[in-house]
Design a protein around this ligand. Structure first.
Ligand code: AMP
Length: 647
């Protein structure tokens, strides 16, 4: 497949901000790809990367090197490229112009293929160590040298990790579902100009009215009539279809069609949560349809997305959400660890899927000692303990251990940790996420021999509110953040924030927000970023929406182990700067901070429509990915709640 086709796709995506339209464009693009290899590469490149999310390797190549690559490929000087970049703010557009006016081009430049771009970018990303800088530049320059101006725009943006075409993960899921799976009529309709499209009234592409009569088979569609069948029976029937991209399903009502559609997307989402790679899912859907998803499983060694909890405000609300009796557990104030054991090989990942095995040799050896089974995947919380008092210490105190690359031994002694395990999702050779929680906990107990550094999460099973309250107080007195309440009969849903596992904390409301902009400081702060622009996430479009600016809660100077400083935050944010205009910088959402505030107000000044009054940074959340920040829906719920409080 030619890279030109992908570049044209990017251009089309960039031209619209409408989610439905983007998804449809993407879905039609995927559905036309014949070769599995092309499909895999295109799905990753469409997301602006060449590695699936479970793979900790990253594409990001420093912008400075890309400037050199553009210079080498076009003959323009680095200085002039930098100058244009400072004016334009987008290195991709600068590359496009540079290629348009290039002084040199190889006589033998061939048309770029997706495969060539993919492989060069993978190679460049994998080069490490001294003397590889020049090779990296050469690999990128080779691509720019063969590219058209439009191709250069997107190659450069991909390389620096700022594709800017607005594709959220959920869009890729929907696009693949629409491309390869059966489409229930009424959720999808026919447009005279654009064919089968999602929509209830008008076409999302051309606005023409939609019709909902089933087409005849001669129009190239296969009709499956489920109008007299239950949704689940229909779903089972659809699972038998291998090639279902042209299947249209008739149901008895809009509600039935919607339910069927939701069940289909839920199966795709579930499959993704297990393998964490839409390029793999794409090939399965294309060749095997829905049935293929049943063959997916967790794999020790490959990180998965952990299950997340919803928030409740009281124990009563907690019981209401998860049912009685429920398991109540300490909510440890540490960070999530998923432990993968394959024989003697132990690998530890954070909830952001970062491999932190090297940073935690103490946990590795403790797991070897305590876990009495060959293969398993465990879920738990790593908590700091004070070496003298043996009491839990707040997460902030041990957070440095996550990123630490040197003097690990010293860190292990200075900041000791304990692992508190609360779930098991893979055992022996089997994915056991479908088993009810109480059974998983039994299995967990059977494989763990508690030791000094590996423990089972402290748990009480009760239906009694008073006992629950006593346990909650006991949890707080022991230095925990609060408690978790868990339904006993529910499965483990990787990647989902579920209502059958809830968290209860006594603290005031906090939001986890992404930093999307900042300003360079003045005077003695001139080298530091200050006044950080915060953003929540629109759960539907996946876009980051601003909600305020914050400068308080951050210290002037880094003091050993204590608090977050401007210096530290600047260092963390610098590599993610995508645009600079005067003192203002735009930052690719990558860093998450936990923020408290006095009040939420409606505000036209920020794109979320809300503003935080007196925000204050509580702490850096390196353990959280930007995908996990507070959603717009959560912000508006908190806004509503606040209205209910007596003033
Ligand atoms: P939050 O980070 O505020 O969203 O709270 C949820 C987090 O609490 C989980 O992702 C875990 O990292 C952590 N946690 C601590 N103790 C437990 C527990 N017993 N069960 C589940 N999660 C826990």
């Amino acid at each position: 497949m030619l890279y030109k086709e992908l570049a044209l796709l990017y251009e089309k995506l960039e031209k619209t901000t409408k989610r439905l339209e983007k998804t449809l464009v993407l879905s039609r693009f995927f559905s036309k790809i014949k070769e599995d290899q092309d499909l895999k590469q295109a799905v990753l490149l469409a997301q602006g990367t060449v590695f699936p999310p479970w793979d900790s390797r990253e594409l990001g190549i420093a912008s400075k090197l890309v400037v050199k690559a553009i210079s080498r490929a076009t003959g323009l000087s680095s200085e002039s490229i930098e100058k244009h970049w400072a004016e334009q703010g987008d290195l991709g557009l600068v590359a496009e112009i540079a290629v348009k006016h290039r002084k040199q081009q190889s006589l033998f430049a061939k048309q770029l293929t997706v495969d060539k771009v993919f492989k060069n970018l993978q190679k460049a990303a994998m080069l490490e160590g001294q003397g590889t800088v020049d090779q990296k530049i050469a690999l990128v320059a080779e691509l720019i040298n063969c590219s058209t101006p439009l191709e250069a725009r997107y190659i450069v943006r991909t390389v620096i990790g700022a594709l800017r075409v607005g594709i959220a993960e959920g869009m890729v899921r929907d696009a693949l579902t629409w491309a390869f799976l059966p489409k229930p009529l009424l959720v999808f309709g026919f447009c005279n100009n654009c064919g089968l499209v999602p929509g209830q009234k008008t076409c999302p592409l051309c606005n023409a009215p939609l019709s909902f009569t089933a087409p005849s088979n001669s129009e190239g569609f296969e009709i499956v009539d489920c109008s007299s069948k239950q949704v689940n029976t229909c779903l089972e029937l659809l699972k038998q279809l291998k090639n279902a991209s042209n299947v249209v399903v008739k149901t008895s009502s809009y509600e039935a069609a919607r339910q069927l559609y939701n069940n289909i997307t839920a199966l795709v989402e579930e499959g993704f949560s297990l393998v964490n790679d839409y390029s793999q899912i794409a090939v399965i859907l294309k060749n095997q349809g829905l049935k293929g998803l049943e063959g997916l499983s967790l794999q020790p060694g490959r990180p998965f997305r952990v299950m997340l909890a919803q928030k409740v405000e009281s124990l009563e609300e907690g019981f209401k959400a998860v049912g009685k009796p429920a398991a109540i557990e300490y909510k440890y104030d540490g960070f999530r660890m998923q432990i993968h054991k394959q024989g003697d090989k132990i690998v530890i990942y954070t909830r952001r899927l970062e491999n932190v095995t090297k940073q935690f040799p103490d946990v590795v050896s403790a797991v070897k000692e305590s876990v009495k089974v060959e293969n398993c995947i465990l879920d738990g919380e790593c908590v700091g303990v004070d070496p003298v008092t043996k009491k839990f210490v707040p997460f902030q105190n041990i957070s440095q251990r996550i990123k630490r690359k040197y003097n690990i031994k010293e860190m292990v002694e200075k900041l000791p940790v304990e692992l508190h395990l609360f779930d098991i999702v893979f055992l022996g050779s089997e994915t056991i996420v479908k088993k009810p929680f109480k059974e998983r906990r039994k299995l967990l107990e059977s494989v763990i021999q508690e030791s000094k550094h590996v423990k089972l999460a402290t748990q009480l099973i009760t239906d009694d509110l008073d006992k629950a309250r006593a346990f909650y107080n006991q949890a707080l007195n022991a230095g925990n953040e609060g408690v978790m309440l868990k339904a006993l009969n529910m499965p483990y849903k990787p990647g989902s924030r579920v209502g059958f596992m809830v968290k209860l904390k006594p603290t005031a409301e906090t939001f986890d927000l992404a930093i999307v902009g900042a300003e360079w400081g003045e005077g003695k702060r001139a080298h530091w970023l200050s006044s950080f622009v915060l953003a929540c996430k629109d759960e539907i479009s996946g876009e980051f929406l601003t909600i305020g600016k914050v400068g308080t809660g951050i210290k002037e100077k880094s003091e050993a182990g204590e608090g977050l400083s401007f210096e530290q935050l600047t260092e963390l944010l610098k590599p993610h700067i995508v645009e600079e205009k005067g003192r203002s910088v735009t930052i690719k959402p990558s860093i998450v901070v936990e923020v408290t505030f006095q009040e939420i107000q409606r505000s036209p000044s920020y794109s979320s429509g809300f503003a935080l009054r007196f925000p204050r940074v509580l702490r850096l959340r390196l353990d959280k990915s930007v995908e996990e920040v507070t959603t717009l829906n959560e912000v508006s719920q908190a806004f509503e709640r606040q209205g209910k409080k007596p003033s």
